[in-house]
Ligand binder design. Structure first.
Ligand SMILES: NC(=O)C1=CN([C@@H]2O[C@H](COP(=O)(O)OP(=O)(O)OC[C@H]3O[C@@H](n4cnc5c(N)ncnc54)[C@H](OP(=O)(O)O)[C@@H]3O)[C@@H](O)[C@H]2O)[C@@H](O)CC1
Ligand SMILES: Nc1ncnc2c1ncn2[C@@H]1O[C@H](COP(=O)(O)OP(=O)(O)O)[C@@H](O)[C@H]1O
Ligand SMILES: [K+]
Length: 471
C-alpha cells in the first residue's frame, strides 16, 4: 500500500522522533535525495547541478544533498532565493567545494529546494524568475529544459489537498521523506510530481489520509474460489445496461462483469428490450437472461430516462448496487442499499450542483463531499481515480494509461465492480480493486498504443491472473 499523510500528521511525527533535534532526520533525507539524483543522472562526477534554495529546511535538504554530490565530483552551484538559508547546509556545501551564485543558466539537473511542506501555494516572483532562467517548467510552460528533482514536493504545490493554486514547479522526479503527501497521489497536483521516490527517515505515522492499493494488496483482496464452491456461492451479478437505442453499452458492461470473478452473470436491458438481450447472449453464451436472485446489481448506461425505473427495481432487491452513467441522474440522496456511485467529473458536478471545472480542480474534496451526502462509496473517474467512503477513507488509483480515456471504458469498469460486489467484497474494496484491475488491464492491452473498451474487457482475466500467486 502507498500511504499519504497530511502536513499536520508529518509535523507531529517529526516532533515525536528522537532523531529530530540531532538533525539526523535531515541527514537521512539529504542522503536519500543525493542518491536519487545520482541514480537519475547515472553518476555524479562532472555533472552540473544547480540547487534552487529557499529559506527553510527544504532548502537545507538541498544544500546537504549538494554537499554530498560535490564530494563525489559534481559541480554544484546553490542559487539562494532568500536572504536566509539553512546555516548548517550552507556551511556543508561550501566545505565540500560547492559555490553560492546569484544566477545560473545551465544545468544537467536542477534540485528544487525552494519550499516544501512549510510553504503556501504558489511561487514568489524571484522563484519563478530563477526557474525560467534555468528552463525549469513552471505550470504549463514548455521549453527545452534540464532534469528537475523536487525536494519533498514540487515548490508551489499545496501538500494537503491535491489542488493547484498559482505557479509551481513541474518535476521529473520528486524525492519525499517519511511518507508521501496527498499532493503526490491526488490530481491535479500529482501530475506535477513526475516519478515519486520515498526515502524512509524512520517516522512513526498514524493512519494515512489517502492510500493507494499496490499489486500485493489487490492479491489479498481478490475473491478466489475454494474447493467446495459452486457458481451460486461464488456470487451472481445482475447487469441492467443498454437498450434498443444503445445496445453497445449492454455488451461492454456485461464484458466487464464476465471476467470470471463471479459464478454467473444475469442480464436484462434497462428498457427490457429482448433483442438487446439476444445480442448479449450471442456475444457471451455464458450470460443468462431469465429472472432470478443476484448478490449485486449494476445499473448503468444506455437507458436514458428508463434508468431511474431500473435503479428502483434493483434497489428493491435489497442487494448492493453499482450506479453508473444514466442511472446517476436518478440519485438524489442516500439509497436504501449499499452502493458504489461511479461518476466522471461531469456527472459528479451534476450530482453536487457544481461546475465540472470546480470538481476537476478539487477532486478530493468533491469526492469526499459526495460520499458523505449520498451515504455511499463514490468513485470519481479520471487519470487518478479516487474512491471515497462516507466514513472518510479515500483510495487513489495509480494504474492505467491515458489511452483508457475512450468511450465505453466506464461501462466495463461498472460491470467489473459489480462482479466484485457480488463475489462478496465490500463496496470500498470492490470499487478500489475494480479500478486497479481495470487500469492494469488497460496498460497491458495498450502496450503504449491505442485501446478500445472491448480490448480492456478482453484483458481483464489476464490482469487477474497476473495478480494471483503462481499455483
Ligand atoms: N523537520 C524535519 O525533521 C525534517 C524536515 N525536512 C524538510 O523540511 C521541509 C520543511 O521545512 P520548513 O518547515 O522549514 O518549511 P519549508 O518548506 O522549507 O518553507 C519554509 C519557508 O519558505 C518560505 N515560503 C513560504 N511559502 C513560500 C512560497 N510560496 N514561495 C517561496 N517561499 C515560500 C517561508 O519563509 P519566508 O521566506 O517567508 O521567511 C517559509 O518559512 C520539508 O518539506 C522537508 O524538505 C526533511 O529534512 C525531513 C526532516
Ligand atoms: N487521462 C486519463 N488517464 C488514465 N485513465 C483515464 C484518463 N481519463 C479517463 N480515464 C479513465 O477512462 C475511463 C473512462 O470512463 P468514462 O468517462 O465513464 O467513459 P465512458 O462513459 O465512455 O465509458 C475511466 O476508467 C477513467 O478513470
Ligand atoms: K521543493
Amino acid at each position: 500500500m502507498r500511504h499519504a499523510h497530511t502536513v499536520a500528521q508529518v509535523r507531529a511525527a517529526e516532533e515525536a522522533s528522537p532523531d529530530l533535534a540531532s538533525g539526523v532526520l535531515m541527514q537521512r533525507a539529504a542522503r536519500g535525495l543525493a542518491h536519487a539524483v545520482i541514480d537519475l543522472l547515472g553518476g555524479a562526477y562532472g555533472r552540473r547541478v544547480v540547487l534552487l534554495v529557499g529559506s527553510g529546511d527544504n532548502g537545507g535538504d538541498a544544500l546537504y544533498a549538494g554537499a554530498y554530490l560535490a564530494r563525489r565530483g559534481a559541480l554544484v552551484d546553490a542559487w539562494l532565493l532568500s536572504e536566509r538559508a539553512h546555516p548548517g547546509g550552507l556551511a556543508a556545501l561550501r566545505a565540500a567545494g560547492g559555490r553560492t551564485v546569484a544566477s545560473a543558466a545551465r544545468a544537467d539537473v536542477v534540485v528544487d529546494g525552494i519550499v516544501g511542506i512549510g510553504g503556501r501555494p504558489g511561487l514568489r516572483r524571484e522563484a519563478v524568475a530563477a526557474c525560467r532562467a534555468l528552463g525549469v517548467r513552471v505550470g504549463a510552460d514548455e521549453h527545452a529544459r534540464p532534469l528537475v528533482v523536487s525536494v519533498d514536493l514540487p515548490s508551489g504545490l499545496d501538500a494537503d489537498t491535491g489542488r493547484v493554486e498559482g505557479s509551481h514547479v513541474m518535476a521529473d522526479l520528486t524525492v519525499t521523506f517519511g511518507t508521501e503527501k496527498v499532493a503526490h497521489l491526488v490530481d491535479p497536483a500529482a501530475a506535477a510530481c513526475g516519478t515519486v521516490h520515498l526515502v524512509d527517515i524512520g517516522l512513526d505515522l498514524p493512519a494515512a489520509a489517502v492510500e493507494a492499493l499496490q499489486q500485493a494488496d489487490v492479491a489479498t483482496l481478490l475473491p478466489v474460489p475454494e474447493g467446495a464452491d459452486h457458481k451460486y456461492t461464488r456470487g451472481v451479478v445482475g447487469v441492467r445496461a443498454g437498450s434498443a437505442t444503445y445496445p453497445g453499452a449492454a455488451r461492454l458492461c456485461v464484458a466487464g462483469a464476465a471476467s470470471g470473478l463471479v459464478g454467473m452473470v444475469r442480464f436484462r436491458a434497462v428498457d427490457g428490450d429482448e433483442d438487446t438481450a439476444r445480442r448479449v447472449v450471442a456475444a457471451r453464451p455464458e450470460v443468462v437472461t431469465n429472472a432470478g436472485r443476484v448478490q449485486a446489481w449494476v445499473v448503468g448506461s444506455g437507458g436514458g430516462d428508463r434508468a431511474a425505473d431500473a435503479l428502483a427495481e434493483a434497489v428493491g432487491d435489497g442487494v448492493p448496487v453499482v450506479v453508473d452513467a444514466d442511472a446517476l441522474a436518478a440519485v438524489d440522496g442516500p439509497l436504501a442499499v449499499p452502493a458504489v456511485l461511479t461518476p466522471h467529473a461531469g456527472e459528479l458536478a451534476q450530482l453536487l450542483g457544481m461546475e465540472r471545472a470546480e470538481v476537476e480542480a478539487d477532486q478530493l474534496s468533491a469526492v469526499r463531499r459526495a460520499a458523505d451526502r449520498f451515504g455511499a462509496v463514490v468513485l470519481l473517474k479520471g487519470r487518478r481515480t479516487l474512491v471515497a467512503e462516507p466514513a472518510g477513507r479515500v483510495r487513489v488509483n495509480t494504474t492505467g494509461t491515458p489511452w483508457l480515456a475512450t468511450a465505453g471504458a466506464g461501462d466495463v469498469l461498472a460491470g467489473l465492480i459489480g462482479s466484485l460486489l457480488a463475489a462478496g467484497l465490500d463496496p470500498f474494496d470492490a470499487a478500489s480493486v475494480g479500478c486497479w484491475l481495470h487500469g492494469a488491464a488497460a496498460t497491458a492491452a495498450s502496450a503504449g498504443g491505442p485501446l478500445t473498451a472491448s480490448a480492456v474487457a478482453d484483458a481483464l482475466s489476464a490482469a487477474v491472473r497476473r495478480v494471483l500467486p503462481t499455483p
